[in-house]
Design a protein. Structure first.
Length: 135
């Protein structure tokens, strides 16, 4: 289990990643978190051509996310925030209303990193367990 606090609209927001996240996400949104994270990660690494310069620029400098990507991001952020702090509203819209419009590009990389750290921690633990039980 890994926790991180990220500032959104001047407010510190706690996020938590653990083995419970996939279950919480599926229960709340009826979607597969692993597919959604993979889609978000792929979209965040896309490069698009700038119409003005015809040069390829990183996605962080252009707005190339599709509406579904933004909804996935909001859902992921909400579940990770709710997992860290059960006092936040149970309705995602009420939670989002607490913030000004914020850039997905500032928050998304931090959430992807948090999730990646959580997954790598689980893989390392499994490898150590396999070594202990190997004959």
């Amino acid at each position: 289990m890994i926790e991180k606090t990220i500032e959104i609209s001047g407010q510190p927001v706690a996020f938590k990643a653990s083995a419970a996240i996939p279950r919480l996400y599926r229960a709340k949104f009826h979607r597969d978190i692993f597919k959604d994270f993979a889609k978000l990660e792929k979209s965040s690494k896309k490069k698009t051509k700038s119409k003005e310069t015809d040069k390829t620029e990183p996605a962080s400098q252009t707005f190339d996310f599709e509406p579904e990507d933004l909804e996935i991001f909001e859902n992921l952020a909400y579940v990770m925030a709710y997992h860290a702090d059960k006092s936040i509203p149970t309705d995602i819209n009420d939670w989002l209303d607490r913030f000004d419009v914020f850039s997905i590009y500032q928050i998304l990389p931090q959430l992807l990193e948090l999730w990646g750290l959580n997954l790598s921690t689980e893989v390392e633990a499994k490898k150590k367990l396999d070594k202990l039980t190997a004959r």
